[in-house]
Ligand binder design. Structure first.
Ligand SMILES: [Zn+2]
Length: 363
């Protein structure tokens, strides 16, 4: 058990007046955590002295993922959540999209699924936007972790994925999906694509709102080595290919790139990469210019993850329970502008043995 108190932090500062430029990592063993923690601080303070801070957390689109307790997989973070984020970033990179997605909180919520994903999404949005209903805690979590987009994963339901609307503002950047084939179908990248304003292929969805060039693209002749017809992330493909099932490739439509020698889209109708690049700042919250205060309890359970970012001060209120269970991960990132800026952890912050905690402070 590792209990971090304000007076301990003061000692760190005395030992490490240069803390504002360094990182702190802990991965305590069950024994002698306090001693190991102190040694790590000193050692890592030196070892990180020459390393620049990774500040990509200020530009990435921040994703909060909630999954219901009906998802039976023992480690959804490893099996479906992080792989979905990785798939999305692969497709972004392949397609010339100029930013990344970043998981900032994965959390399990008790919820009675009804097999109606629309209802689940409605309940989810109530929690995210209004703080009410079975997902009510998500409003505070979204604020604390500064999440731009909130994603719900259920075990079952129909349809298999749904976004709140095609082209939303940040408040309504919520979508839901089932765990079925979540990773191979690029479902998370697809549904978040809808939130940006992307649509399916023209043959399936000729609606041109909000962007006439915002459709997915289907290859009607090109097949992969297994004989599968192919389509980009936002397309379905079955209509254009006369009902033959097609398979997604990790690309969004774009006229600027080719796949196996053929263009991935057209400038007039199929340029989802352009939509996502143009709409990035709409879903992205304001670049953080405020202190974050941890004033609500949070429990980072086993196999869950959390990342907080703040500028100037990250302030944990005394007595507010913030507990990290074993095999959980929490990262605090702070960008500072003066020597008085601080990460302050008071009694109530509790990183249990086997958890991983990192605090990074950058100028
Ligand atoms: Zn869709």
């Amino acid at each position: 058990m590792l209990l971090i108190r304000t007076n301990v932090l003061k000692q760190w500062r005395k030992r490490m007046p240069y803390l504002e430029k360094k990182s702190i990592n802990t991965k305590p063993s069950p024994m002698k955590q306090k001693i190991i923690f102190s040694i790590l601080l000193l050692w890592l303070g030196k070892s990180h002295a020459q390393q620049p801070c990774d500040t990509s957390y200020t530009t990435d689109t921040r994703i909060l993922v909630a999954y219901t307790d009906k998802v039976t997989d023992p480690n959804p973070l490893k099996s479906m959540i992080q792989p979905s984020i990785d798939n999305m970033n692969l497709a972004y990179k392949n397609s010339g999209i100029n930013h990344n997605a970043r998981l900032v909180r994965a959390v399990r919520i008790n919820y009675t699924e009804t097999n109606d994903l629309m209802k689940s999404l409605y309940d989810f949005r109530e929690g995210v936007v209004h703080g009410t209903g079975p997902f009510g805690q998500l409003k505070d979590l979204r604020r604390c972790y500064h999440a731009d987009v909130c994603v719900l994963i259920t075990k079952d339901g129909k349809p298999t994925g749904i976004g709140w609307e095609i082209g939303v503002n940040r408040d309504n950047a919520v979508c839901a999906m089932t765990s079925f084939l979540l990773v191979p179908r690029f479902t998370m990248a697809h549904e978040i694509g809808h939130l940006y304003g992307c649509r399916h292929e023209v043959a399936l969805d000729p609606n041109n709102y909000p962007f006439p060039y915002g459709h997915g693209y289907v290859f009607t002749k090109l097949k992969d080595k297994q004989g599968h017809y192919l389509h980009t992330v936002m397309a379905y493909g079955s209509v254009a290919n006369n009902g033959v099932t097609t398979y997604p490739i990790p690309y969004f439509s774009t006229p600027n790139l080719t796949y196996m020698g053929l263009p991935l889209g057209t400038a007039s109708k199929e340029d989802n990469a352009r939509v996502i690049n143009e709409r990035y700042s709409t879903l992205k919250g304001p670049v953080l210019r405020e202190a974050i205060t941890i004033d609500k309890p949070d429990l980072i359970k086993r196999n869950q993850t959390a990342e907080i970012i703040a500028i100037k001060q990250l302030n944990h209120i005394a007595g507010v329970s913030y507990t990290m269970e074993a095999n959980s991960t929490t990262v605090f990132n702070l960008q500072v502008t003066s020597d008085t800026d601080r990460i302050i952890l008071r009694p109530g912050f509790h990183a249990k043995a086997g958890s991983y905690f990192k605090a990074q402070i950058c100028k």
